[in-house]
Design a protein around this ligand. Structure first.
Ligand SMILES: [Zn+2]
Length: 324
């Protein structure tokens, strides 16, 4: 069962000092982060330790234990076979690395810790947000991502209530820290991706099946934006120009095409929720020498992940589920 997808929805804030709860839009949060807003209850700004933070919306349907396993959950990854069945994290280590890690016993212990980490799944919005963040922060801009739709086993036991985001920023959390014996799935408040949404930490055994598509889906050629962008980009020079004057050594100015692509990307970004704009612009950056049509279709596809999720879900619907 799909939940309503809305990247623009209002969020619920909770003040740690005065317990005031209220709803805000994403623009308000942007102002708040810039210390231009205060808690309506006590006047505190974001600079204090117990200042208001985004929290779970009391109307979130995933708060209902019985419905958790009925909902579709999502995950983005550069792995084409997530969640890998016989995952051997040590497989890609070279002999040199194994030696530096302190020998085979240490390598085995490390691999066991890696395998004991929880898997994560979240809302569609959180999965897309995760991919954009990785494209910007973790040098994955050119990586091929997959979007997974996760079906849980109907019998899963859901941990009571929800946890505050237990992961550090790279998402590492040990499964047994969040799912004690008898619990298959833990809900947590996600601060970093789709802030205020509920995500899941879970083991592989909690998943019944996944469907997968490569993302972004390329934007369609007959879409006006793609056609216009390609015509504009082909009309300007794609050659980077050496800088004149000093220091000229190895310095090059971006080509007219790269400059124009940045403007085109920024104008698309302007139509997105404010909390995704910078990541989108970074993910859509043009590489000198890149084919304009390839760039335009990819950029348009990235935009559609947020602006037209129905097309993405329809592509997922056409994929056969893979049992996990
Ligand atoms: Zn307050």
């Amino acid at each position: 069962m799909e939940r309503r997808i809305d990247f623009w929805r209002e969020r619920q804030m909770l003040c740690g000092r005065c317990d005031h709860r209220w709803r805000v839009d994403l623009d308000w949060i942007e102002w708040w982060d810039q210390v231009k807003e205060t808690c309506p209850g006590c006047g505190m700004t974001c600079e204090h330790e117990d200042s208001p933070r985004v929290t779970i919306d009391s109307g979130d349907p995933a708060l209902d234990d019985d419905r958790v396993a009925q909902f579709s959950w999502y995950h983005t990854s550069t792995q084409p076979d997530w969640p890998t069945r016989h995952f051997d994290p040590a497989a890609s280590l070279t002999a040199e690395t194994r030696r530096r890690m302190g020998g085979e016993q240490r390598v085995s212990a490390w691999a066991a810790r890696q395998r004991a980490k929880a898997l994560h799944a979240g809302t569609y919005e959180a999965a897309v947000h995760n991919m954009l963040r990785r494209m910007r922060d973790q040098a994955d801009r050119r990586s091929q991502f997959s979007l997974y739709r996760v079906r849980l086993k109907p019998s899963v036991v859901v941990g009571e209530g929800w946890l505050v985001d237990p992961s550090d920023f790279v998402g590492d959390v040990m499964l047994d820290e969040v799912c004690p014996p008898g619990v298959d799935v833990a809900r947590y408040l996600n601060y970093h991706e789709d802030p205020g949404g509920l995500s899941l930490a879970l083991g592989r055994e909690a998943i019944a099946s996944v469907q997968r598509i490569a993302v972004p889906l390329p934007g369609t050629w007959d879409g006006d934006w793609v056609r216009d962008a390609v015509a504009a980009l082909e009309g300007v020079s794609g050659t980077a120009v050496p800088a004149t004057g000093t220091p000229a050594r190895s310095m090059r100015l971006p080509s007219a095409r790269a400059v124009l692509s940045r403007e085109l990307g920024a104008s698309l970004a302007g139509g997105l929720p404010v909390n995704l704009r910078a990541q989108f612009a970074s993910a859509a950056a043009f590489t000198e020498g890149e084919d304009p049509e390839q760039w335009a279709r990819r950029t348009s596809g990235l935009f559609d992940l947020i602006d037209d999720p129905a097309r993405v879900l329809a592509a997922l619907d056409r994929q056969d589920p893979r049992e996990v």
